[in-house]
Design a protein around this ligand. Structure first.
Ligand code: ZN
Length: 293
């Protein structure tokens, strides 16, 4: 296993005619004790040791995707902003790759967890992507602005961050862009070659995005699965998933589809950078085959 701390700034590749860049926002260190509903701390440590990973914490890359389709400049998710000491590098790394945030016309928000929308605004409270239209599932937006959200987040996620932090970040970051948001209600081809899939469960309106050009396809699976070992051991239940049963159904649908299409995947939290690889279906779960760059 490569060093999961290895976090290059960006990685260019193509999907057909589409120019793609995998861009790092940094990484986050999670406490091993609080991430899984059905694994004890000693089981987590044994698992990490078997994977030759550090056992005192779980290091999670935060990797996002920029795609220039030729007609649109698309960003999928906006990073964590100031969530952690090692996050918030997305805008800087986009610029290093030659992408000016003002040129991005389309931002797809897969879901409204802090690591995906914490970088919506800059330090002065202005949008980092001032000329973009933002696309989010209506079910996702409605959840985070509903009365039930706090209780659900408290029930599922309070071991990771205080529930009020999830709510505060969602409300503070998303409210100022509301007039520029388009709500998505069904699976669709958003732009030519850009497809949105419902992958509900991780959050109530979580989505997956695929990019197709000239017979090639790339999937951004976001947080359908948050650690690669959960593909190989699909019975592991992460605390992150707000609706566990629906998340499990979505996981099987999306990763079976990706394996069948033999398409590369960018899975936002998978190591090593650039968080990309291939999925092979097995009798039980799937095999993760990372791309080494
Ligand atoms: Zn995430």
């Amino acid at each position: 296993m490569s060093n999961p701390l290895k976090n290059d700034d960006f990685y260019r590749f193509r999907t057909g005619r589409f120019e793609c860049i995998s861009v790092s926002d940094g990484y986050y260190e999670y406490d091993t004790r609080h991430l899984f509903k059905n694994l004890s701390e000693s089981e987590v440590i044994a698992l990490l040791r078997s994977l030759k990973l550090p056992t005192d914490k779980i290091i999670s890359p935060y990797t996002f995707l920029f795609v220039d389709t030729g007609t649109n400049k698309v960003l999928v998710d906006m990073g964590a902003g100031k969530l952690g000491p090692n996050t918030g590098k997305l805008v800087r790394n986009l610029k290093s790759a030659g992408i000016h945030p003002g040129d991005i016309d389309t931002v797809i928000i897969t879901h409204a967890h802090p690591d995906h929308i914490g970088g919506t605004l800059d330090d002065s409270g202005k949008p980092n992507y001032p000329n973009a239209r933002y696309y989010i599932m209506k079910d996702e937006w409605d959840f985070w602005f509903s009365d039930e959200a706090f209780a659900k987040v408290q029930e599922r996620l309070s071991s990771i961050l205080r529930p009020e932090i999830f709510m505060k970040i969602a409300h503070e970051q998303l409210t100022p862009i509301k007039d520029h948001v388009e709500f998505v209600t069904q699976e669709s081809e958003l732009l030519p070659g850009v497809y949105l899939y419902k992958a509900y469960g991780h959050t109530p309106g979580h989505m997956v995005v695929s990019f197709t050009s000239e017979g090639e396809e790339l999937f951004f699976t976001s947080d359908t699965v948050v650690f690669p070992f959960m593909l190989e051991q699909p019975e592991i239940i992460p605390v992150f998933d707000i609706m566990t049963d629906i998340a499990d159904t979505s996981k099987h649908r999306i990763f079976d589809l990706v394996a069948e299409r033999k398409a590369p995947v960018l899975a936002q939290h998978f190591y090593p950078f650039p968080s990309m690889g291939y999925i092979v279906k097995k009798d039980r779960g799937w095999l993760w085959q990372p791309i080494r760059v």
